[in-house]
Design a protein. Structure first.
Length: 443
């Protein structure tokens, strides 16, 4: 099929949806409205695939019809044409009535498509050259805005840490020296990671039924701006890549095993595929546009999933009894190590602030690196890599910490003060298997 015939076909699809909507007096929530939403969802998936031809980072995962991907790869549609289609689809969607609140999943789906399509339009506009501030961009793409911080917000934490790590040199240098004592030796990485993965999977399966065919492969890579990445392949399979450019500390074993695997990205994608794309035949969940509200949920649940899997002191106990010995580290020093991790956790938003100032043009590359070294205590090498991440993924950085905070607050509010670990797992699973997006976490 030529690019001209593809455009004609997609234009016909949009027109057909409009005719269905226009010819019926739709009342929430009837079969005609559902059919219109199904047809619009197909057009949305094809639009995202076409945008991916202009932005290699855009389509994070796709496991829908192979012929749709093949057509997209041969498409010659310009950004202007894609913008026109996105606007037309938005007008169609506005005419499809939202389901009744009693139809919770249908209502969440409708809202999901509204927010996701809005983010597609924003991403196309950015690819066309539209400039947005950091906060405008994160709101347009991720349906959320991270809080702003000043140097004073981190001063007390840095001052207290300085008292615990006396000596010569900068605080960042002293902190790096302390961290080096907890690096996993390269020849022990595989054993430590496997033990962490096995434990995370065991804990997840205790509370969640996973697809019987799910599994993933872990491989080591270099030269990336990120520390690890889950490439979901569809059919319950993931490829998890771990960047070994820099030494990996012992706490990263559980972080990566949970965040990228169980109950994080791997489980999130597998459940969306099984429960929404397959069981409900909601085709929009066969594709994952990276720069979209879905990412705040994905990253937020992946980070909060660590707390869900290891509540209270359970993580510390497991690391002391299993991971520290496997890595050849002194288990008796774990209290001191966890004290440092607590300080580092209080500095997490320093990275967001560096990105905001850098991308808004208030500081240059070197100043951004200096900020990260001073306020996030990154080594020069890690600071350079982090700024490379800003260049490539921009305001995506908010999805990790703001996403985690929003997901935590949502789930803890749902289960209440008397909620148990089982209650937390139950709400967590519901979130992983639903179309709920960032603004929906505030309900």
């Amino acid at each position: 099929m030529t690019s001209t015939s593809i455009r004609c076909f997609q234009g016909f699809l949009i027109l057909s949806i409009l005719l269905v909507v226009g010819s019926c007096k739709l009342t929430p929530w009837d079969a005609s409205a559902r059919k219109s939403l199904d047809e619009l969802a197909q057009a949305y998936v094809k639009l995202v695939l076409d945008v991916g031809q202009h932005d290699p980072d855009y389509v994070d995962a796709y496991y829908g019809p192979a012929k749709w991907k093949k057509k997209a790869e041969s498409s010659e549609r310009s950004l202007d044409q894609l913008a026109g289609e996105a606007n037309a689809l938005d007008k169609v969607l506005q005419q499809i009535p939202a389901p009744l609140e009693t139809e919770e999943m249908e209502a969440l789906r409708h809202d999901y498509l509204v927010k996701q399509l809005s983010s597609v339009r924003a991403r196309i506009a950015m690819l066309q050259g539209k400039e947005l501030t950091f906060d405008e961009e994160s709101k347009a793409l991720y349906d959320a805005v991270a809080p702003t911080h000043t140097e004073e917000d981190f001063a007390a934490t840095l001052a207290n840490l300085g008292k615990i790590l006396p000596g010569e040199g900068s605080l960042a240098d002293r902190y790096a020296s302390f961290q080096s004592r907890y690096v996993i030796p390269p020849d022990r990485l595989e054993a430590v990671f496997q033990a962490a993965i096995d434990e995370c999977r065991k804990r997840t399966k205790k509370y969640m039924q996973l697809p019987s065919n799910e599994s993933f492969v872990v491989e080591q890579v270099k030269g990336k701006s990120w520390s690890a990445y889950n490439w979901y392949q569809g059919n319950g399979q993931s490829l998890i890549q771990v960047n070994v450019d820099v030494p990996i500390e012992i706490d990263r074993a559980i972080d990566l095993a949970c965040h990228e695997g169980y109950p994080g990205h791997h489980v999130y994608n597998a459940l969306l595929e099984k429960n929404l794309a397959q069981d409900r035949n909601w085709v929009e969940f066969s594709i994952y546009p990276l720069f979209s509200p879905q990412s705040l949920i994905a990253e937020g649940t992946a980070n909060f999933g660590i707390e869900v899997a290891f509540p209270g002191n359970e993580r510390k106990t497991f690391e002391k009894e299993t991971l520290f010995p496997l890595a050849g580290l002194d288990p008796e020093s774990i209290d001191e190590y966890y004290e440092m991790l607590e300080f580092r956790g209080k500095l997490t938003y320093a990275g967001n602030e560096a990105a905001r100032r850098y991308l808004d043009g208030k500081i240059d590359r070197e100043e951004a690196e200096q900020w990260l070294m001073r306020y996030a205590l990154l080594t020069p090498e890690l600071a350079k890599r982090r700024v490379r991440f800003f260049d490539q993924y921009r305001s995506y950085v908010i999805n990790y910490n703001l996403g985690q905070d929003m997901v935590r607050e949502y789930i803890e509010r749902k289960i209440g003060a008397k909620g148990t670990s089982s209650d937390r797992w139950a709400e967590f699973k519901k979130l992983l298997s639903s179309p709920r997006l960032p603004s929906g976490l505030l309900d």
